[in-house]
Design a protein around this ligand. Structure first.
Ligand code: KIV
Length: 276
C-alpha cells in the first residue's frame, strides 16, 4: 500500500508564529476540518493553512446528534490519521468534552494529542475559570492553544441548543472580555463560532492573536468550515454559514482550492452566510 501523502510541491510549513504574522500582514488564514489521511492529503494539495481535527467528527463521521460522545481516544486516533496526510499544513486537534475539566486532565489530553496524535496545537471551548487555567498550563508547557468562543457545541445543553451568541449588549460585552481573557491566558488562536458579524469584527480588532470565524462574518482573520459541508455531503439541511463548493466544480480538489481562494480573497463568507 501507499501512504496518503499528497504529491505537491514543497511549501513553507505553517507555524504558530506565521499565523500571527499573517494577521499583522492582513493575509487571511484558511482552515478546514479533516478526519482521515485521504482528506488531509486533499487539504495539503489545496494549500490550506490549518487542518482542524474537530470533535465535529462525532456528528459527521460517527453519526451522533452532538459532539458530546467523542472521547479522547477517538480524537487521538483521528488526529494521528490526519497527521499522516499532512506535511506543511498546521495541525490542530480538539479537546473533547470534559477532557479539560481540570489542569491535570487538560495536560494529559494535550500531551496525547501532540505526542501520539501529532498535533501542533489543541483547541479548547469556552472561557470559564478552569478553561483559562488549562490554557495557561498548556501554553506554559509549550502546547499552543486555540481558544473557541461564541456558539460552543460542547455547551449545547446550557445554551438550549445551537444558538447564535452575543446578540444582546451584555452578552456581546462578555464575549469581548472573554476574547481578551483567553489571549491573556496564553491562547495563540481563537475560533469564533455563531456570532453576529459586527461583534466578531470588534473582537478581532480588540486582540493581537488571529481569529478564525465560522458563522461569524467576514471580518475575522480567517475562516473554518467542516469539510463535509464544503463538499455538500452532510445529510440534511446545509447550515446557513456554510457553502457547498463542490456543486459548481467537478472534483474534491477543485472544490477545496475554490474554498481556499474565496477565503483568501474575502469572497467567502458572503452576506448570506452571516448573522446580524
Ligand atoms: O469541531 C469542529 O469541527 C469545530 C469547528 C466547526 C470550528 O469546532
Amino acid at each position: 500500500m501507499y501512504a496518503q501523502k499528497a504529491d505537491v510541491p514543497a511549501r513553507k510549513p505553517v507555524t504558530v508564529p506565521l499565523l500571527r504574522a499573517m494577521k499583522a500582514q492582513g493575509r487571511r488564514i484558511v482552515m478546514l476540518t479533516a478526519y482521515d489521511a485521504a482528506f488531509a492529503a486533499q487539504l495539503e494539495l489545496a494549500g490550506v493553512d490549518v487542518a482542524l481535527v474537530g470533535d465535529s467528527l462525532g456528528n459527521v463521521v460517527q453519526g451522533h446528534a452532538s459532539t458530546l460522545p467523542v472521547t479522547l481516544d477517538h480524537m487521538v486516533y483521528h488526529t494521528a490519521l490526519v497527521a499522516r496526510g499532512l506535511s506543511a499544513t498546521l495541525l490542530v486537534a480538539d479537546m473533547p468534552f470534559m477532557a479539560d475539566r481540570d489542569v491535570p486532565h487538560a495536560l494529559q489530553a494535550g500531551a496525547r494529542l501532540v505526542g501520539e496524535g501529532g498535533a501542533a496545537m489543541v483547541k479548547i471551548e469556552g472561557a470559564a475559570a478552569h478553561v483559562l487555567d488549562a490554557i495557561a498550563a498548556l501554553a506554559a508547557r509549550d502546547i499552543p492553544v486555540c481558544a473557541h468562543l461564541g456558539l460552543t457545541p460542547q455547551s449545547m445543553h446550557r445554551m438550549g441548543g445551537f444558538r447564535i451568541q452575543g446578540r444582546e449588549p451584555q452578552a456581546a460585552e462578555r464575549l469581548l472580555e472573554q476574547a481578551k481573557a483567553v489571549q491573556a491566558a496564553g491562547a495563540d488562536l481563537l475560533v469564533l463560532e455563531g456570532i453576529p458579524a459586527a461583534l466578531a469584527g470588534r473582537m478581532t480588532r480588540s486582540i493581537a492573536i488571529p481569529t478564525i470565524g465560522i458563522g461569524a462574518g467576514p471580518d475575522c482573520d480567517g475562516q473554518v468550515l467542516v469539510i463535509y459541508d464544503v463538499l455538500g455531503i452532510t445529510p440534511g439541511k446545509r447550515p446557513k454559514f456554510s457553502k457547498d463548493f463542490l456543486q459548481e466544480r467537478g472534483s474534491v480538489a477543485a472544490a477545496l482550492a475554490a474554498y481556499a481562494a474565496d477565503v483568501r480573497s474575502g469572497a467567502f463568507p458572503a452576506p448570506e452566510h452571516c448573522f446580524d
